[in-house]
Design a protein around this ligand. Structure first.
Ligand code: SF4
Ligand code: SF4
Length: 196
């Protein structure tokens, strides 16, 4: 037997969660009408471990399924490429919604199903903060030590190093103060959003 869902009522009942996502992402997921174009254009949907399609993520937020959506692997597997964003007829920046959900997932400590993705995310961001861009060789070594990620690169690693496509030494930051300022500003915005 099918169940009828009163979307307007659900959105009223779970307005708090929808509002928190809106504050962090600047996007109103209530506008989503489930056309599915985001999922159809997503390069990693169906092939890289997404457990919920991107359009379903939008629906779960609309329905206030906070615990379920923040535990989903999808929000971590998403590579934030923004292909979905360019396809959305409702002008929703889905990638920013995914990012907001990651922030909430980390805050609530609900990333249990995606620990490796979270480790990757943190290591990637630390590399950018430290070097101003990703230091690929350092990232591969750190992730290999943490969860064995880089073992699949052993075959191509030496060739990439020899060709210079995988620099051995980390990039040099021209102006470390600028990166420090950007990080401080982002942390400030996050704190302000958390206090709202
Ligand atoms: S493309 Fe936009 S409107 Fe369509 S399902 Fe995705 S988020 Fe919703
Ligand atoms: S931003 Fe994420 S959800 Fe959107 S197309 Fe890229 S990987 Fe898929």
């Amino acid at each position: 037997m099918s169940t009828t869902v009163n979307l307007s009522q659900m959105q009223k009942d779970h307005g708090d969660f929808i509002e928190r996502v809106r504050k962090l992402s600047g996007q109103d997921v209530r506008k989503c009408y489930q056309c599915g174009k985001c999922s159809a254009g997503c390069a990693v949907h169906n092939c890289q471990g997404m457990d919920v399609s991107p359009n379903r993520v939008m629906r779960m937020v609309q329905l206030g399924m906070e615990e379920e959506v923040l535990k989903s692997k999808t929000i971590w597997v998403c590579v934030l490429c923004s292909t979905c964003t360019t396809r959305c007829p409702r002008d929703i920046d889905i990638a920013r919604v995914m990012d907001a959900l990651r922030i909430l997932s980390k805050k609530n400590n609900t990333f249990v199903n995606a620990k490796n993705a979270n480790t990757f995310h943190e290591t990637f961001m630390n590399s950018i903060i430290k070097y101003g861009r990703v230091y690929e060789a350092g990232l591969a070594v750190t992730l290999t030590l943490k969860y064995g990620y880089g073992f699949n690169l052993i075959g191509i690693g030496p060739a990439a190093l020899a060709k210079g496509t995988l620099p051995f030494f980390p990039p040099k930051l021209k102006n470390p103060e600028q990166i420090k300022k950007i990080v401080e500003n982002v942390e400030k915005i996050e704190r302000m959003e958390g206090e709202k």
